[in-house]
Design a protein around this ligand. Structure first.
Ligand code: ATP
Ligand code: MN
Ligand code: MN
Length: 364
């Protein structure tokens, strides 16, 4: 039997990048609720509130025990009054009225459905919601103007709603490796995002590509997408060129989670290998491809592993605690006025004065 854990003896650090957050934890009954409120705040364009709820949820994910009463929370960071009220109500009554009414609200459900469409952000979804639209069907019915991404998003909506399994991610890995090998021998390909953190399903599959000889990776993406297109494997793709310049994107620029690598947001046509004639034989899967120069590969790896909150907290730690500026391209030390070079994620954690957290413990 497991020894009982004394909650008052558990020390939880304030930044998510200072602690280990496994994929599976003991408090989903609370974190699911707080994440509903976080998501709702995001739909209402209230980023501060959204992050506050997400941080509170993240602290509970790091606890080695299931929260039983408010006493268990006494020494924990990041739990604001509002989060505590919600937690108290769930502990006492089994659910929170605010969470349940949010979950059931017309606005929340419509925003969830509309932002769930590939190519649709909160702003567009909110505009549609205020015009009375509620679902992808409504967009179709009312003949809304859609850009190319949104058209694909509506067309493949049902497939893209279905979670991507690790097995499917592995099949896509093989395809991407074959494509990259064919157009640039010696290139390195790494599976990123949620699957690198050990998730069993994801909303997409993320890849980072580089080549040990710096410069060889330039202009690589169009070659990869051409190869994939020739094989009939792409349903949609939009490639963006690399626009990173150290002297312009460095310390002077406001820290931003959008990086400037050459990248491709795509939808793959994945054969499902079913023998049954009633099944169409393929499904659509979202795939993100990113190309990084070798000298930035460690930063890109750290930046594309996630979770999103873990990344946000790393950047906040760097800025507030270390006077450094971290991006998926580089780490700049403002006190020394210089860029800190790194070949591995471990070196970056060390520069930041943080204990190394392996990908499987970055599920903040
Ligand atoms: P899921 O299983 O839902 O895909 P995920 O953690 O893989 O979960 P993604 O949205 O695929 O989520 O993002 C993966 C990582 O890539 C995150 O860490 C995120 O910060 C990073 N990322 C995503 N989009 C961008 C972007 N435009 N610029 C920079 N980094 C990004
Ligand atoms: Mn992902
Ligand atoms: Mn992604």
């Amino acid at each position: 039997p497991k020894p009982n854990i004394d909650p008052t003896a558990v020390l939880i650090k304030a930044y998510a990048c200072q602690r280990r957050t496994p994929l599976k934890h003991h408090n989903s009954f609370l974190t699911d609720a707080l994440e509903i409120l976080s998501q709702n705040a995001e739909y209402n364009d209230n980023e501060g509130r959204s992050v506050a709820f997400r941080r509170a949820a993240s602290v509970l994910k790091a606890l080695p025990y299931r929260v039983k009463n408010m006493e268990d929370l006494k020494s924990l960071p990041c739990l604001g009054d509002h989060s505590q009220r919600v937690i108290k109500e769930i502990l006492e009554d089994g659910s929170s009225r605010e969470v349940e009414s949010t979950r059931q609200s017309d606005q929340f459900q419509a925003m969830k459905a509309l932002t769930g469409i590939f190519g649709v952000g909160v702003r567009t979804a909110d505009r549609w919601f205020r015009e009375g639209l509620r679902s992808p069907d409504d967009l179709f019915r009312t003949g809304q103007q859609l850009n190319r991404a949104q058209q694909a998003g509506v067309q493949y909506y049902d497939d893209l709603q279905k979670p991507v399994t690790k097995a499917e991610a592995d099949v896509i890995s093989d395809i991407v490796e074959k494509a990259v090998r064919a157009v640039l021998p010696g290139a390195e390909i790494r599976l990123m995002g949620g699957f690198r953190r050990g998730k069993e399903v994801g909303h997409d599959v993320d890849f980072l590509i580089t080549h040990p000889e710096e410069g060889k990776e330039e202009g690589l993406m169009p070659k990869i997408t051409n190869w994939l297109e020739e094989q009939g494997l792409l349903l949609y793709q939009k490639t963006t060129r690399n626009s990173y310049l150290e002297k312009m994107d460095g310390p002077a620029r406001a820290p931003n989670n959008m990086d400037r690598f050459e990248r491709c947001f795509s939808i793959f046509k994945l054969q499902t290998g079913s023998e049954r004639a009633s099944v169409s034989g393929w499904r659509a899967v979202r795939v993100d491809l990113v190309v990084s120069p070798y000298s930035q590969f460690a930063f890109a790896t750290l930046g594309w592993t996630g979770s999103k909150l873990f990344e946000r907290e790393l950047r906040r730690w760097a800025g507030q605690e270390k006077h450094m500026s971290l991006s998926s391209h580089a780490l700049f030390d403002s006190k020394q006025n210089l860029y800190l070079r790194a070949k591995t994620e471990e070196e970056i954690f060390a520069y930041l004065g943080l204990e190394f957290i392996p990908p499987s413990e970055r599920n903040a």
